[in-house]
Design a protein around this ligand. Structure first.
Ligand SMILES: [Zn+2]
Length: 68
């Protein structure tokens, strides 16, 4: 019979929250890699999106301006 239930007490999740991500608002856990961008804590996974949003105004379409 399958009566072997894993005992989670023997392996407690010890995820210590280090900071909150300023992009997604979720926890950054101890030992995780993150970016500190001028005081903003950003998950490594959120970095790309964060930068895209941060520099959204810099995004241009490559197009020669036409002088009419
Ligand atoms: Zn995040």
């Amino acid at each position: 019979m399958l009566d072997k239930v894993p005992d989670y007490r023997l392996d407690p999740p010890e995820d210590r929250v280090f900071a909150m991500c300023d992009h997604c608002g979720r926890e950054i856990y101890e030992g995780e890699e993150y970016y500190d961008i001028e005081g903003d804590n950003i998950h490594e996974d959120c970095f790309d999106e964060y930068i895209r949003e941060e520099y959204a105004d810099c995004r241009k379409e490559a197009e020669f301006s036409r002088a009419w």
